[in-house]
Design a protein. Structure first.
Length: 185
């Protein structure tokens, strides 16, 4: 008879890239923001330097950063539909050219969030999700590559994932939806 440790090792050996799917309801927004590429975010806005050091030389960048984090903290303490929430889903299928992953990032509770910061929040969450999923799905000799897209339904492998979609009600409740594909490189 096989021990639990031996069983787990054998299961890991038999696992292939894309076997693990993710359903993360109310994933920590601060966790994703920690993983976001803040340097690129601020550089794209015209602030030179590396994060967090650029905050010391650009007062406007520091104000934007502090405002964003304050809004996240404030709106995560609210109740019901006003609470800022982020759900993350991955699903994988065997496509013509190998395994294809689909990603849904659902952001809800944005009605109470500062409207002038919503696009920035969405960009930062996408950046954090990219870092998180690249790390999570870099395994079995494969490096994960995420590409954010406008629509998933145009992907040739999408019809194969339609039976595995995230809960429709969760996606419908989202104020903002972002989509990505994830492929091994």
């Amino acid at each position: 008879m096989m021990s639990e440790k031996e069983y787990n090792l054998q299961a890991e050996e038999n696992e292939a890239w894309g076997d693990d799917e993710l359903t993360a309801i109310d994933i920590s927004i601060p966790f994703l923001l920690e993983k976001a590429d803040w340097t690129r975010f601020f550089n794209d806005k015209g602030y030179e330097g590396q994060y967090p050091f650029l905050l010391y030389s650009h007062e406007d960048a520091e104000v934007l950063h502090d405002r964003m984090l304050a809004e996240v903290n404030r709106t995560q303490m609210l109740k019901g539909h006003n609470k800022l929430q982020c759900d993350l889903y991955t699903r994988f299928v065997d496509g013509r050219d190998g395994v294809v992953g689909f990603v849904w990032l659902a952001i809800g509770g944005t009605r109470s969030f500062a409207s002038d910061l919503l696009d920035d929040l969405q960009w930062l969450l996408q950046s954090g999700v990219s870092t998180y999923l690249k790390h999570a799905y870099t395994s079995h000799g494969e490096v994960a590559q995420l590409s954010w897209v406008e629509e998933l339904t145009n992907h040739p492998a999408y019809p194969m994932v339609e039976t595995q979609l995230p809960p429709k009600s969760n996606l419908e409740l989202a104020d903002r939806l972002s989509y990505a594909t994830i492929l091994p490189q």
